[in-house]
Design a protein around this ligand. Structure first.
Ligand code: KG4
Ligand code: ZN
Length: 344
């Protein structure tokens, strides 16, 4: 079975073609991602209208490249590609970008006479781990850490994922990005903070680990952002022209460590309270090396195993939607609608 996956929930236009040869053998035939991140870097955050316009501009060229790479065919050849279904993100996300993906999927479904698979973006971030891993045992604890989400879940089976806890205010990626703004770092700041942190001392500043002992599996990172803001103001620091500065390196290391400590602690709490020691994670922040290493060490200590995607599959892409598509029911083109508020 071969699935074409379409992802347009936010600022990435991702179209991938994935083939399943056996229940645990998947091949990515193409994975093309166009991103409007450069536009959002100028404004320091995502403006939905700008994201929608870029999606519209990128969707057909991305489809064209994806078909070309997988099958060496072009849309203008009017050849029906050898795919069995079209999986598309129908939520959660921004309504404008979502609609562009969903309407494209409906059009292609009618044009090529193949069914549509409506995919929940959050499921995609977790199920992408099936690519390259055939030893994931379920139930597993699912952890999604992205710009918009910090969620702990139980993956009972490939299409039943129950929420255990989530963000109360800023998500982890959002915290990295907002703290980056305080430190005059470019948007999105997560990758830069993690890079600068390598030269810093994580114990240089004593920052709060919000809700670490709250007794539940919810997250809140806005207090950490306020603590950094107060520290920067109190000391009169301005890093807008100082990128090679030990104080900045130490701050980045301390911030990263605070965020990672909370995520690791809550994930281990989720494992022990549900007697599960397999953890599957996904989302942009899971590209963070300190998070991967620290979580992996702590899970090994309880005899478990951590699964995470290759860095190019952590951020939004079409492969994750195709991957989830293999486990989701097909539907008719007129039964699917974009749902920005969808959760799990
Ligand atoms: O999953 P994603 O691409 O988009 C959303 O669905 O939100 O995640 C983007 C987020 C941004 O907040 C970005 O700063 C963060 O992931 N991020 C990182 C790293 N790479 C991306 N955060 C920390 N360390 C990284 N290496
Ligand atoms: Zn995402």
């Amino acid at each position: 079975m071969t699935i074409l996956g379409i992802e347009t929930s936010c600022d990435e236009t991702g179209i991938a073609i994935v083939k399943r040869s056996s229940p645990d053998s998947y091949t990515i035939l193409s994975n093309i991602v166009a991103s409007s991140l450069a536009f959002h870097a100028k404004t320091g955050g995502i403006i939905p209208e700008v994201a929608s316009r870029e999606q519209l501009k990128c969707i057909l060229p991305t489809l064209e490249k994806s078909l070309n790479e997988a099958f060496n065919i072009s849309l203008s050849n009017r050849i029906t590609p050898p795919i069995d279904a079209i999986a598309v993100t129908y939520g959660p996300g921004l309504i404008g970008p979502l609609l562009i993906g969903v309407e494209t999927a409906k059009t292609l479904s009618l044009l090529w006479n193949v069914p549509i698979i409506p995919v929940n973006h959050m499921h995609g971030h977790l199920l992408v781990n099936i690519i390259g891993n055939n030893d994931i045992t379920l139930p597993a604890i699912g952890l999604v850490v992205s710009g918009g989400h910090t969620d702990l879940t139980i993956i009972k089976n490939h299409n039943t994922i129950n929420v255990l806890g989530g963000k109360r205010d800023d998500a982890a990626g959002e915290a990295f990005d907002k703290i980056g703004r305080i430190l005059s770092l470019p948007y999105p700041a997560g990758p830069t903070i993690s890079q600068l942190a390598e030269k810093g001392d994580k114990n240089a500043f004593k920052l709060p680990r919000p809700m670490i002992n709250s007794g539940n599996l919810d997250f809140s990172f806005s207090g950490l952002k306020t603590a950094v803001l107060n520290l920067v103001k109190k000391n009169g620091w301005d890093f807008s022209h100082k990128k090679n500065d030990q104080t900045l390196f130490d701050l980045c290391a301390s911030v990263q460590s605070a965020i990672v400590d909370v995520i690791v602690s809550k994930t281990i709490q989720a494992c022990t309270s549900h007697s599960i020691n397999t953890v599957v994670m996904g989302g942009g922040v899971t590209a963070n090396k300190h998070l991967r290493n620290s979580l992996s060490d702590n899970i090994e200590k309880i005899g478990g195993k951590l699964f995470y995607p290759s860095p190019f599959l952590c951020t939004d892409n079409g492969t994750m939607i195709a991957a989830a598509g293999f486990f989701t029911k097909t539907t008719d083109w007129d039964k699917i609608n974009a749902n920005p508020q969808l959760y799990y």
